[in-house]
Design a protein around this ligand. Sequence first.
Ligand SMILES: C[C@@H]1N[C@@H](C(=O)NCc2ccccc2)[C@H](O)[C@@H]1O
Length: 451
Amino acid sequence: AIPLQYGAQYSGKRTDDAMNKWRSNRFGQFIHWGLYAIPGGVWNGKTYNYAAEFLKASANVPSATWDSLMYQFNPVKFDAKQWAKMAKKMGVKYMTITTKHHEGFCLWPSKYTDFSVAGSPYKKDILKQLVEAYNAEGIDVNFYYSVLDWHHPDWRNDIKSPQDSVAFKRYLDFAYNQLKELATNYPTVKAFWFDGTWDNSVKKNGKWTYEVEKMLKEVSPGVIVNSRLRADDYGKRHKDSNGQLMGDYESGYERRLPDPVTDTAVTRWDWEACMTIPENQWGYHKDWTVSHVKSPLELLEMLVHTTSMGGNFLLNFGPTGNGDFRKEELDIATVIGNWMGKYGDAIWNCDYAGMKKEDWGYYTKKKNSNQLNMVVFNWPSSGLLKVRTPRGMVLDKASFVDAKGNALKVEEIADNQYLIQVPVKLYTSPQVIQVDFHQGATNGKYQKAKT
Ligand SMILES: C[C@@H]1N[C@@H](C(=O)NCc2ccccc2)[C@H](O)[C@@H]1O
């Protein structure tokens, strides 16, 4: 192995209470909110199709002009308790909020900059209200922080001169202080979600990324840090020069998911996928007709797919500049919430079942149980659900989660191969079948026939 000072600090999954809770949460609400929500992808009457939180770049807006949006930030409809109630109904167990996105505007009154809510007509601390309201609903809150900062004069994309080094050192001190401020002033925050760390300037400062992780864990013991923060001694990101994952979970899945057949390696570490409802909009965009908008069932399948591979699914919402949510997002929250209300037990505290992917859908397995969940998206016209079990796993009985009394026929047709008989019907949402199993030798009629 290559000797590293700023590489991975440990290997394998964390098994402490804080990480077990993070893992059991499974479903989270991402919220992107900032000055970009005011123009919403439209500048001087022109609609820009690229991600709305990049409008400053897409529309080539001069910094002074963009930053003056601060004087328009006054979300009169913002009601943290209402947001938290909606999230609770949707079935999320955690929420990740952008404390500062690439534009550099801070949703809390940071003492290290004037470019924050404190300088806006709104004045109040948005993070404080959200942390209190969501925690009151039993939902954990995590902080997103963009290291990339278009506003701060000392930000550099790369270090090309001694002057760059001096300036960027000032910037890294600023960011370090803000992060210490966040971890200190909002002690119930469970995790830090770093973004904007792809530039050479950050890759050349692996030591700083190591020191940030160390500081956060000293200030807030048990706090969780994503791999995207980290660069090692040689600028390698996410995984260090020895291939070891840095941080506490892998956060490379942005608007994409690992393949359930070819990417099962991800089940060996903790990971999270974050997902937009439109093709690529994180901040509020006025015009969602510019791309495909995912339906509730498309997003629900992604949640189940992610859980089935031992990952967390972070679904993004982009509130308007006024502090309310668009109808499409409210509808999605309702539909997914209805399903989670009935079948959330197949998601929360569930993990990878260690079984081969089948065409009908996904398996999840409740932690420390002999309960296997089959979440069926593609209902078989044959009325038969194929199940292949690992050696030594014997299926005992199966029933619809919402009809536990009616046992379904489970037939063992070969070694570790079963068919579960189900009615042939058209369903309008994924069905959940619960299967009880035990570890032992297969003893079906196939075995008897063989002996
Ligand atoms: C979680 C998302 N990450 C931010 C982002 O910039 N992602 C993609 C991207 C990365 C590098 C250059 C341009 C765009 C998006 O704005 C969201 O915050």
